[in-house]
Design a protein around this ligand. Structure first.
Ligand SMILES: O=C(O)c1ccccc1N[C@@H]1O[C@H](COP(=O)(O)O)[C@@H](O)[C@H]1O
Length: 202
């Protein structure tokens, strides 16, 4: 069954919405100043405290000092670290050794060579995205070959292309953010709709 991650949660209303829709994962953009979805470590603690147990909390980091994901993983505030910057193999290895928790490494796909680079990653999961993250834009899925290892597909996914993405690209998980917002805020109905689409087709 294809898994679904809802990313960019910022408010208690967002938590209530995912508790109801029950995606497999939810994501928090943590201390990323350039993102309007950024939350600080105290906010993440408060938000995840209200999260139901079935939904796995993922911390999304961009070139953060390694101590930030390590501390939040060790405290159990998040269960998975998603690295969305230029973190290298040594950074990934360090987090896994210090926490024994899973790591998702995101790659921006502009060519088939980018996919090759992603496939060589030692991360537990790779994530294929369009750009720096949260752009709301798709990349060219025809770059994606048959992939044996589990991967997240992100970038511009929404109700109009979710089914096509699952059926044609066969990701292990889909990851959505921008399309689930109205006026910059997550919308509960859109979250529910996206989860329902994925549950129905997989
Ligand atoms: O959403 C952000 O603001 C963000 C900032 C920095 C790194 C990653 C970010 N989001 C990631 O982008 C995709 C969702 O993309 P889209 O909005 O659906 O096109 C997902 O992996 C988020 O974790």
């Amino acid at each position: 069954m294809t898994k679904i991650k809802i990313c960019g949660l910022r408010t208690r209303e967002d938590i209530l919405a995912v508790n109801q829709a029950k995606p497999d994962y939810c994501g928090f953009i943590i201390e990323v100043p350039k993102s309007r979805r950024s939350v600080n470590r105290e906010q993440v603690k408060e938000l995840t405290a209200g999260l139901c147990r079935e939904v796995i909390p993922v911390g999304v980091f961009v070139n953060a000092p390694a101590n930030l994901p390590v501390q939040l993983l060790k405290e159990g505030v998040i269960a998975v670290a998603q690295l969305h910057g230029q973190e290298d193999e040594a950074y990934i290895a360090g987090i896994r050794e210090r926490t024994e928790k899973p790591v998702i490494k995101a790659f921006s796909v502009r060519s088939a060579a980018d996919i090759e680079r992603a496939l060589a990653s030692s991360a537990d999961y790779i994530l294929l995205d369009q750009g720096d993250g949260g752009t709301g834009k798709c990349f060219d899925w025809s770059f994606i070959p048959e992939i044996e290892r589990p991967f997240f597909l992100a970038g511009g996914l929404g109700k109009d292309n979710l089914e096509q993405a699952v059926r044609s690209v066969h990701p292990w998980a889909v990851d959505l953010s921008s399309s689930l917002e109205i006026n910059g805020k997550k919308d509960g109905d859109r979250i529910q709709e996206a989860v329902s689409i994925v549950r129905r087709i997989s």
